[in-house]
Write a protein that binds this ligand. Structure first.
Ligand SMILES: [Zn+2]
Length: 262
Protein backbone atom coordinates (compact mmCIF):
# COMPACT_ATOMS: atom_id res chain seq x y z
CA UNK A 1 0.00 0.00 0.00
CA UNK A 2 1.50 3.32 -1.10
CA UNK A 3 0.32 6.40 0.77
CA UNK A 4 0.70 10.08 -0.06
CA UNK A 5 -0.33 12.54 2.61
CA UNK A 6 -1.05 15.92 0.97
CA UNK A 7 -1.13 18.87 3.33
CA UNK A 8 -3.12 21.87 2.18
CA UNK A 9 -1.73 25.09 3.49
CA UNK A 10 -5.26 26.49 3.94
CA UNK A 11 -7.02 27.95 7.00
CA UNK A 12 -8.43 24.52 7.93
CA UNK A 13 -5.09 22.75 7.58
CA UNK A 14 -6.69 19.86 5.66
CA UNK A 15 -4.91 16.67 4.75
CA UNK A 16 -5.91 14.96 1.49
CA UNK A 17 -4.71 11.42 0.80
CA UNK A 18 -3.91 9.17 -2.11
CA UNK A 19 -3.66 5.43 -1.51
CA UNK A 20 -2.22 3.44 -4.39
CA UNK A 21 -1.61 -0.16 -5.41
CA UNK A 22 2.05 -0.85 -6.23
CA UNK A 23 1.17 -3.47 -8.82
CA UNK A 24 -1.51 -1.69 -10.85
CA UNK A 25 -0.76 2.01 -10.02
CA UNK A 26 -4.49 2.48 -9.39
CA UNK A 27 -5.26 4.98 -6.65
CA UNK A 28 -8.03 6.03 -4.31
CA UNK A 29 -8.33 9.65 -3.15
CA UNK A 30 -9.66 10.42 0.32
CA UNK A 31 -11.48 13.74 0.81
CA UNK A 32 -9.71 15.40 -2.17
CA UNK A 33 -10.59 19.02 -1.42
CA UNK A 34 -7.70 20.27 -3.58
CA UNK A 35 -8.34 18.18 -6.68
CA UNK A 36 -5.49 19.86 -8.58
CA UNK A 37 -2.91 18.88 -5.97
CA UNK A 38 -4.30 15.35 -5.92
CA UNK A 39 -4.07 15.11 -9.70
CA UNK A 40 -0.53 16.50 -9.67
CA UNK A 41 0.69 14.08 -7.00
CA UNK A 42 -0.95 11.17 -8.83
CA UNK A 43 0.68 12.24 -12.10
CA UNK A 44 4.09 12.58 -10.42
CA UNK A 45 3.85 8.93 -9.35
CA UNK A 46 2.20 7.65 -12.52
CA UNK A 47 -0.95 6.71 -10.58
CA UNK A 48 -4.50 6.68 -11.95
CA UNK A 49 -7.21 7.83 -9.57
CA UNK A 50 -10.06 5.34 -9.97
CA UNK A 51 -11.99 5.96 -6.75
CA UNK A 52 -12.75 8.76 -4.33
CA UNK A 53 -13.87 8.11 -0.77
CA UNK A 54 -15.34 10.73 1.52
CA UNK A 55 -15.05 10.20 5.26
CA UNK A 56 -18.04 12.47 5.93
CA UNK A 57 -20.19 15.18 4.43
CA UNK A 58 -18.54 18.43 5.58
CA UNK A 59 -17.83 20.84 2.71
CA UNK A 60 -14.06 20.90 3.27
CA UNK A 61 -14.03 17.15 2.63
CA UNK A 62 -16.39 16.85 -0.36
CA UNK A 63 -16.00 20.06 -2.36
CA UNK A 64 -13.24 18.67 -4.58
CA UNK A 65 -15.25 15.61 -5.60
CA UNK A 66 -16.93 16.90 -8.72
CA UNK A 67 -13.85 18.40 -10.36
CA UNK A 68 -11.83 15.26 -9.66
CA UNK A 69 -14.59 13.05 -11.06
CA UNK A 70 -14.71 15.20 -14.20
CA UNK A 71 -10.94 14.87 -14.61
CA UNK A 72 -10.67 11.14 -13.92
CA UNK A 73 -14.09 9.47 -14.17
CA UNK A 74 -13.51 8.08 -10.66
CA UNK A 75 -16.39 6.53 -8.75
CA UNK A 76 -17.42 8.13 -5.47
CA UNK A 77 -17.73 6.10 -2.25
CA UNK A 78 -19.44 7.56 0.79
CA UNK A 79 -20.42 6.55 4.34
CA UNK A 80 -23.56 4.57 4.96
CA UNK A 81 -26.62 6.82 5.11
CA UNK A 82 -24.86 9.84 3.60
CA UNK A 83 -26.23 9.75 0.04
CA UNK A 84 -28.57 12.70 0.61
CA UNK A 85 -25.66 14.72 2.02
CA UNK A 86 -22.95 13.90 -0.54
CA UNK A 87 -23.96 14.78 -4.11
CA UNK A 88 -23.00 12.25 -6.75
CA UNK A 89 -22.16 9.32 -4.44
CA UNK A 90 -22.11 6.05 -6.40
CA UNK A 91 -21.92 3.70 -3.44
CA UNK A 92 -22.52 3.78 0.32
CA UNK A 93 -20.10 1.77 2.42
CA UNK A 94 -21.23 -0.25 5.42
CA UNK A 95 -19.32 -1.07 8.58
CA UNK A 96 -16.83 -3.97 8.12
CA UNK A 97 -17.15 -3.90 4.35
CA UNK A 98 -13.86 -4.21 2.46
CA UNK A 99 -12.96 -2.08 -0.53
CA UNK A 100 -10.04 -2.76 -2.85
CA UNK A 101 -7.62 -0.43 -4.59
CA UNK A 102 -6.10 -2.05 -7.66
CA UNK A 103 -4.86 -5.60 -7.07
CA UNK A 104 -2.98 -5.42 -3.82
CA UNK A 105 -4.68 -3.01 -1.41
CA UNK A 106 -7.70 -3.76 0.69
CA UNK A 107 -9.22 -1.37 3.18
CA UNK A 108 -11.78 -2.16 5.83
CA UNK A 109 -14.60 0.30 6.45
CA UNK A 110 -15.12 1.32 10.07
CA UNK A 111 -18.40 3.09 10.68
CA UNK A 112 -17.32 5.88 13.05
CA UNK A 113 -20.14 8.28 13.92
CA UNK A 114 -19.69 11.12 16.40
CA UNK A 115 -18.09 14.06 14.57
CA UNK A 116 -21.05 13.67 12.21
CA UNK A 117 -23.58 10.87 12.26
CA UNK A 118 -22.45 9.50 8.89
CA UNK A 119 -18.71 9.16 9.15
CA UNK A 120 -16.33 6.37 8.19
CA UNK A 121 -12.68 5.53 8.72
CA UNK A 122 -10.66 3.27 6.43
CA UNK A 123 -8.28 0.75 7.97
CA UNK A 124 -5.57 -0.93 5.93
CA UNK A 125 -3.37 -3.80 7.08
CA UNK A 126 -1.25 -4.09 3.97
CA UNK A 127 2.27 -3.84 5.39
CA UNK A 128 2.05 -1.78 8.59
CA UNK A 129 -1.51 -0.96 9.69
CA UNK A 130 -2.87 2.47 8.83
CA UNK A 131 -6.03 4.29 9.78
CA UNK A 132 -7.49 7.07 7.66
CA UNK A 133 -9.63 8.64 10.29
CA UNK A 134 -11.18 11.78 8.77
CA UNK A 135 -12.37 14.06 11.56
CA UNK A 136 -12.97 11.28 14.12
CA UNK A 137 -9.49 11.33 15.58
CA UNK A 138 -6.75 13.93 15.21
CA UNK A 139 -3.18 14.01 16.45
CA UNK A 140 -3.57 14.76 20.16
CA UNK A 141 -7.32 15.35 19.86
CA UNK A 142 -10.69 14.19 18.57
CA UNK A 143 -13.25 15.77 16.26
CA UNK A 144 -15.68 18.40 17.49
CA UNK A 145 -19.36 17.53 17.51
CA UNK A 146 -21.06 20.88 16.98
CA UNK A 147 -21.77 20.55 13.29
CA UNK A 148 -24.05 17.55 13.08
CA UNK A 149 -22.36 15.27 15.62
CA UNK A 150 -22.89 13.82 19.08
CA UNK A 151 -20.10 13.58 21.69
CA UNK A 152 -21.64 10.56 23.46
CA UNK A 153 -21.57 8.65 20.20
CA UNK A 154 -18.04 9.86 19.47
CA UNK A 155 -17.00 8.45 22.87
CA UNK A 156 -18.39 5.05 21.88
CA UNK A 157 -16.59 5.16 18.54
CA UNK A 158 -13.28 6.09 20.16
CA UNK A 159 -13.45 3.60 23.02
CA UNK A 160 -15.17 0.65 21.36
CA UNK A 161 -13.62 0.79 17.90
CA UNK A 162 -10.62 3.09 17.42
CA UNK A 163 -8.75 2.38 20.66
CA UNK A 164 -8.97 -1.38 20.03
CA UNK A 165 -6.89 -1.23 16.86
CA UNK A 166 -3.23 -2.26 17.17
CA UNK A 167 -1.04 0.31 18.92
CA UNK A 168 1.37 0.44 15.98
CA UNK A 169 -1.42 1.64 13.64
CA UNK A 170 -0.26 4.80 11.87
CA UNK A 171 -2.83 7.59 11.86
CA UNK A 172 -3.81 9.72 8.88
CA UNK A 173 -6.33 12.33 10.06
CA UNK A 174 -8.32 14.87 8.04
CA UNK A 175 -6.60 17.94 9.51
CA UNK A 176 -3.34 18.94 11.14
CA UNK A 177 -4.28 20.33 14.55
CA UNK A 178 -1.46 18.70 16.49
CA UNK A 179 0.23 21.80 17.84
CA UNK A 180 -2.97 23.37 19.18
CA UNK A 181 -4.18 20.04 20.54
CA UNK A 182 -0.94 19.43 22.40
CA UNK A 183 -1.45 22.81 24.04
CA UNK A 184 -4.80 21.57 25.30
CA UNK A 185 -3.22 18.33 26.55
CA UNK A 186 -0.67 20.32 28.54
CA UNK A 187 -3.38 22.64 29.86
CA UNK A 188 -5.23 19.62 31.27
CA UNK A 189 -2.16 17.58 32.16
CA UNK A 190 0.86 19.82 32.70
CA UNK A 191 2.94 16.83 33.84
CA UNK A 192 2.61 15.01 30.51
CA UNK A 193 6.26 14.80 29.46
CA UNK A 194 5.55 12.95 26.21
CA UNK A 195 3.24 15.77 25.10
CA UNK A 196 5.81 18.42 26.02
CA UNK A 197 8.60 16.60 24.15
CA UNK A 198 6.41 16.23 21.06
CA UNK A 199 5.46 19.91 21.16
CA UNK A 200 9.13 20.91 21.48
CA UNK A 201 9.97 18.73 18.48
CA UNK A 202 7.18 20.19 16.34
CA UNK A 203 8.39 23.75 16.13
CA UNK A 204 11.66 22.65 14.51
CA UNK A 205 9.99 20.54 11.82
CA UNK A 206 8.15 20.96 8.53
CA UNK A 207 5.06 23.22 8.40
CA UNK A 208 2.80 20.27 9.13
CA UNK A 209 2.93 17.67 11.86
CA UNK A 210 4.52 14.22 11.69
CA UNK A 211 2.55 10.99 11.61
CA UNK A 212 1.85 9.35 14.94
CA UNK A 213 0.75 5.88 15.93
CA UNK A 214 -2.25 4.97 18.03
CA UNK A 215 0.12 3.95 20.82
CA UNK A 216 1.72 7.41 20.78
CA UNK A 217 -1.72 9.01 20.85
CA UNK A 218 -2.54 7.09 24.01
CA UNK A 219 0.39 8.95 25.61
CA UNK A 220 -0.38 12.48 24.42
CA UNK A 221 -4.08 12.61 23.50
CA UNK A 222 -6.21 13.76 26.44
CA UNK A 223 -9.26 11.93 25.10
CA UNK A 224 -7.47 8.58 25.51
CA UNK A 225 -6.23 9.48 28.98
CA UNK A 226 -9.41 9.36 31.03
CA UNK A 227 -7.62 7.41 33.77
CA UNK A 228 -4.97 10.10 34.35
CA UNK A 229 -5.19 11.31 37.95
CA UNK A 230 -4.00 14.76 36.92
CA UNK A 231 -6.77 15.08 34.31
CA UNK A 232 -9.48 13.77 36.66
CA UNK A 233 -8.42 16.03 39.53
CA UNK A 234 -8.31 19.05 37.21
CA UNK A 235 -11.82 18.33 35.93
CA UNK A 236 -13.18 17.89 39.45
CA UNK A 237 -12.00 21.41 40.30
CA UNK A 238 -13.90 22.84 37.33
CA UNK A 239 -17.05 20.70 37.45
CA UNK A 240 -18.77 20.19 40.79
CA UNK A 241 -20.91 17.34 39.46
CA UNK A 242 -17.82 15.15 39.01
CA UNK A 243 -16.37 12.97 41.76
CA UNK A 244 -14.01 10.01 42.07
CA UNK A 245 -16.74 7.68 40.82
CA UNK A 246 -17.41 9.59 37.60
CA UNK A 247 -17.62 7.40 34.53
CA UNK A 248 -15.15 7.76 31.62
CA UNK A 249 -18.04 9.02 29.44
CA UNK A 250 -18.67 11.94 31.81
CA UNK A 251 -14.97 12.85 31.79
CA UNK A 252 -14.85 12.64 28.00
CA UNK A 253 -17.87 14.95 27.66
CA UNK A 254 -16.32 17.52 30.00
CA UNK A 255 -13.05 17.44 28.06
CA UNK A 256 -14.91 17.86 24.76
CA UNK A 257 -16.79 20.81 26.26
CA UNK A 258 -13.58 22.44 27.50
CA UNK A 259 -11.81 21.87 24.20
CA UNK A 260 -14.75 23.48 22.32
CA UNK A 261 -14.03 26.71 24.17
CA UNK A 262 -10.26 26.48 24.43
ZN1 LIG B 1 -15.64 17.58 9.53
Amino acid sequence: MLIEQIWLDNPWRNFNYLIACEESSEALAIDPLDHKRCLQVAADHGWTIKQICNTHEHPDHIEGNQALIEATGASLLAPSGSAALIPGADQELRDSETITVGKSVSLKVIDSPGHTMHHLCLYGENGSPALFCGDTLFNAGVGNCHNGGDPEILFKTITEKISKLPNHTRLYPGHDYMQHNLGFTLDREPGNRAAQLLLDRLSAQSPHSPITTLGEEKEVNTFFRLESEEIIEGLKVLFEDLDQHSEPLELFLKLRLLRDNW
